[in-house]
Design a protein around this ligand. Structure first.
Ligand code: XMP
Length: 534
């Protein structure tokens, strides 16, 4: 196994992820573990190497150091960014506060023919130097190598951008190999963990299930857990994992707010209660939600109502299941499908860097209000790892690889006032659109258009237009189809769906959904439009 010591960089979990991608087991622990802890950790001989992460801080602002024992274990150590700087400082080199901040793309010249970089390069200079395209983010830099080290890489701004003591197998890189902008980053980390550390590449997601199950059992003991199941990927995978670990000690609460997609509620119940035999309480709150939404037109007001009611309904239901509620031996844990990007976004990473980008958790503060402990088994995983885990747990591929669906659901896809009649029409139209996307294959890639789009849905426009059907004139509603391609949902392009596909969808919606007589396709990119219409 590989030990990653976290000095508080936002990208520490990316290191872990790259190590897992090399099929090597790793654990992330805070940098301030003690020497005794480190020796204990390494005692069984399974530890093959240590990686010291970057930090948001400067070696002059904080005095975080690697536990000295790390350098005495006889295993390879790789320091990244701050990790390299503290390694240099602790082993007798020198670090200086840089006056030149280097941030972003850089080209690094590989030097010294080290085992770490040998043969790993992006291009050659005319003089024949091997060069790497990397991502840098630092203010300080190493200015004197520690005894025993040689120069491994350099840039103009940073003459010591990499260092190596090959006898002790200690390496430091100033750039970040864990981010994808460093083209050879993955190769470099693989080289380190597989070749230099000699870790065995035998870890698979299936093993993660065993580890996670074990951890959940230890954490929870014989206590009870409740989980808000939304049908989305994260809560579904969390539910399946926790159910695998503790079976009937888990109760899922599924709040149906009446703004879900066609048959969604039944599908969730069928999967979790039916196939997995999990305990699921289904709360049918459609009337409550629709009642409170009557007469409300403003998108943000609708969001507030839906979010607020959701918490109220969930709290009421959860309250019945907790120890302080009706049953004496009730739940003492609240489980959430928080994944690593959520942790970073809400500034709650274990690392000390607390830059709040957005605080968006619908259920923030809920555990305290309910007097429950928080169980978050997916906290260290990235979205695609969560999906992989879901598949390994036996969840259907289609469920795990679904497009994201907003919490307020169809509430923000019906423009203006939400009515049951509108929701029913929209659900049917949307189901047709999704069905056609799923069944239409793009010949070049061999993938379906559903897989080729990041998010696709139908929007209900509460306006009527004139049409003609058979011998009669119609005066019915309009829907808009929306399909976008994006990697981060911050910017997005509308998808160039084939005309034949659009034609089929439009034809089917108008013929099969009485009440809709016109279909449009949204050709706006984000920005300036948003993905959702509200
Ligand atoms: P926009 O419309 O802002 O959407 O371009 C970006 C992504 O965020 C989703 N979204 C939401 N998700 N609650 C959610 O859980 C919301 O209120 C909400 N609004 C937008 C949207 O579906 C897209 O994936």
């Amino acid at each position: 196994k590989i030990l990653i010591l976290d000095f508080g960089s936002q990208v520490t979990q990316l290191i872990a992820r790259r190590v897992r991608e090399a099929h090597v087991y790793c654990e992330v622990h805070p940098c301030d573990v003690t020497d005794d802890w480190v020796r204990q950790y390494a005692a069984d001989g399974a530890l093959k190497g240590v990686i010291l992460s970057g930090s948001h801080a400067s070696v002059y602002e904080v005095d975080d150091k690697a536990p000295p024992a790390v350098f005495e274990l006889g295993v390879p150590v790789l320091g990244i960014c701050y990790g390299m700087q503290t390694m240099a400082q602790q082993l007798g080199g020198q670090v200086e506060g840089g006056h030149t901040r280097e941030f972003g793309y850089a080209e690094v010249r590989a030097r010294g023919h080290t085992a770490l970089l040998k043969g790993i390069e992006d291009f050659h200079t005319p003089e024949g130097h091997g060069m790497l395209k990397v991502w840098m983010s630092h203010g300080d830099k190493v200015t004197a190598l520690p005894p025993g080290f040689k120069l491994m890489a350099s840039t103009d701004a940073c003459p010591i951008a990499g260092m190596a003591d090959e006898a002790r197998r200690f390496y430091g890189v100033q750039f970040h190999p864990e981010v994808t902008h460093t083209v050879q980053g993955r190769a470099l980390l693989e080289r380190f963990v597989l070749d230099i550390c000699g870790a065995r590449p035998d870890w698979v997601m299936r093993d993660h299930i065993e580890e996670a199950v074990q951890k959940i059992r230890e954490q929870v003991g014989d206590e009870e857990v409740i989980l808000g199941l939304s049908g989305g990927v994260d809560s579904s995978v969390a539910a399946a994992l926790i159910h695998r670990a503790i079976g009937d000690q888990l109760t899922c609460v599924f709040v149906d707010h009446g703004l879900l997609r066609l048959h969604e509620g039944d599908m969730v119940m069928d999967m979790f209660a039916g196939k997995l035999h999990a305990k699921v309480v289904r709360v049918d709150a459609a009337d409550l939600f629709l009642g409170k939404l009557a007469g409300v037109n403003d998108p943000e007001a609708k969001r507030k109502i839906i979010g607020g009611l959701f918490v109220d309904v969930f709290k009421a239901e959860a309250g019945k299941l907790t120890a302080s509620g009706a049953s004496k031996n009730g739940a003492t844990w609240l489980a959430q499908g928080t994944i690593y990007p959520d942790v970073i976004e809400s500034g709650g990473a274990k690392s000390k860097k607390a830059v709040v980008i957005k605080s968006h958790h619908n259920v923030g503060g809920l555990p305290e209000q309910l007097g429950l402990k928080l169980l978050e088994p997916l906290r260290d995983l990235f979205k695609d790892e969560v999906r992989e885990l879901g598949v390994a747990l036996g969840l259907p591929h289609d469920m795990v690889y679904r497009h994201p669906f907003p919490g307020p659901g169809l509430g923000v896809r019906i423009l203006g006032e939400v009515k049951k009649e509108y929701a029913d029409l929209l659900r049917r139209a949307d189901a047709i659109f999704i069905e056609e996307l799923r069944s239409t294959i793009e010949p070049h890639s061999g993938k379906t258009w559903y897989d080729l789009t990041s998010q696709a849905f139908t929007v209900f426009l509460p306006v009527k237009s004139v049409g003609v059907m058979g011998d009669g004139r119609t005066y019915d509603y309009v829907v808009a189809l929306r399909a976008v391609q994006t990697s981060d949902f911050m910017t997005a392009d509308w998808a160039e769906l084939p005309y034949a596909l659009l034609k089929r969808v439009s034809g089917r919606i108008i013929n099969e959904v009485r009440g809709i007589n016109r279909v449009t396709y949204d050709v706006s990119s984000k920005p300036p439009a948003t993905i959702e219409w509200e």
